[in-house]
Write a protein that binds this ligand. Structure first.
Ligand SMILES: *Cc1c(COP(=O)(O)O)cnc(C)c1O
Length: 373
């Protein structure tokens, strides 16, 4: 049997929506992007959405729009995808890593407090694997020290914890529509916020700091534009926006499909000694199913699964052990021992709506066989 690591769940309806844009006049950011933004705001319950070409771009512009730059520090977890930290460096600020909770793998609020200095300006919690970080506690810390909160929601559109959804307690929530994410257009992202001024600033920065976007410049008569800030080129075009319009109403149903697979994996993992899974608080968006196997067996386990046709991945090896971080900041493995250990133990199993239960059983059985030979 062959079980791919990931398969998208795009339908003919999605493809037709893209064809319609391709047959129209307007290909860049225009009416379809605008209607996607409106739809996404309704989904998140947040006032404004600015569509962008990546989550990386969303976090970068959030930091810039909040005025973060040289001399500033921004706190990020050591267990995340690299973009959470590199965007801080791109602003000229310093990413300050903190260790994670051993049971959730998410940023540890107690360690956040310990890492705050007079230079600290913001915290970027990551809702890892689809479950949410402890936003209520982080909000209290941010208030106490007057810090911005920017959420890395690349894994978490559908999550909720303690009555809190992404974006409710932060300055901005940053989403990814990358190829393997729960909502996808191949490459894309968005910033969602209740701060309409911040949204306006990000909208300006996504297109060179130009006072008018293409839709305004060429819709009807030509109008002069000005450049009023130094911006970037991070807008999402109408072709890609169209791919997501019909996915949004399907999100909850697809979450249910991933839940079905998740439960099969959960049942199996509970029976294997030495294998743990992260604790989930609240409702998870169920983006990645990661198992923690004994560190000394992880790489052999990855190989075993792949030899038997099961696609697997690692999300993630601890960020501070990657070469650029070691070279730039002089990190040692035991600077963040919990993130390091999780990074040595973690393995991600296939998880997507189209994965049928028979395939999920095969994945679970294969994992079982590696441990109980
Ligand atoms: C995918 C991902 C990103 C980056 O998203 P892009 O849209 O590819 O820029 C950032 N953070 C996490 C946790 C991710 O998984």
């Amino acid at each position: 049997m062959q079980v791919e690591f990931y398969r998208h769940a795009l339908t003919e309806e999605d493809i037709d929506a893209v064809s319609k844009v391709l047959r129209s006049v307007f290909l860049t950011t225009g009416p379809v992007a605008a209607s996607f933004e409106k739809q996404f705001s309704e989904l998140t319950g947040l006032k404004s959405t600015v569509s962008l070409n990546s989550c990386t771009g969303a976090m970068h512009l959030a930091l810039l729009a909040l005025g973060i730059g040289p001399g500033d520090e921004v706190i990020v977890p050591a267990m995340t995808f690299i973009a959470t930290a590199t965007v801080v460096t791109h602003c000229g600020a310093r990413p300050v890593l903190v260790d994670v909770e051993p049971d959730t793998a998410m940023i540890d609020p107690a360690k956040v407090e310990a890492a705050i200095t007079p230079r600290t300006k913001a915290i970027i919690p990551v809702h890892l694997y689809g479950a949410m970080a402890d936003m209520r506690t982080l909000r209290i810390i941010a208030d106490k020290h007057k810090l911005f909160l920017i959420e890395d929601c690349a894994h978490c559109i559908e999550g909720e914890r303690d009555g809190v959804r992404p974006g409710m307690l932060s300055n901005a929530a940053c989403y990814s529509f990358y190829a393997t994410k729960n909502l996808t257009c191949g490459e894309g992202g968005a910033l969602a916020t209740n701060d309409t001024k911040l949204a306006d600033q990000v909208r300006l920065l996504r297109q060179h700091g130009m006072s008018k976007e293409a839709a305004d410049r060429y819709g009807g008569n030509y109008k002069h534009w000005d450049m009023i800030a130094l911006g970037w080129k991070y807008n999402l075009n109408d072709v890609l926006s169209a791919l997501m319009i019909h996915q949004i109403p399907r999100l909850e149903k697809q979450l249910g499909e991933r839940e079905r697979v998740w439960n099969i994996y959960d049942e199996t993992c509970a029976q294997i000694p030495g294998v743990d899974v992260p604790r989930i608080a609240g409702k998870s968006a169920r983006h990645l199913y990661t198992v923690w196997v004994p560190a000394e067996k992880r790489d052999a386990c990855l190989q075993y699964m792949q030899e038997r046709g099961v696609g697997v991945a690692v999300n993630y090896r601890a960020m501070h052990t990657l070469t650029w971080f070691v070279d730039t900041f002089g990190f040692k493995a035991d600077d963040f021992p919990i993130a390091f250990e999780i990074g040595q133990r973690t393995m991600t199993l296939p998880l997507y709506p189209g994965l049928n239960s028979e395939c999920a059983q095969y994945v679970a059985k294969t994992l079982c066989k590696f441990f109980i030979k």
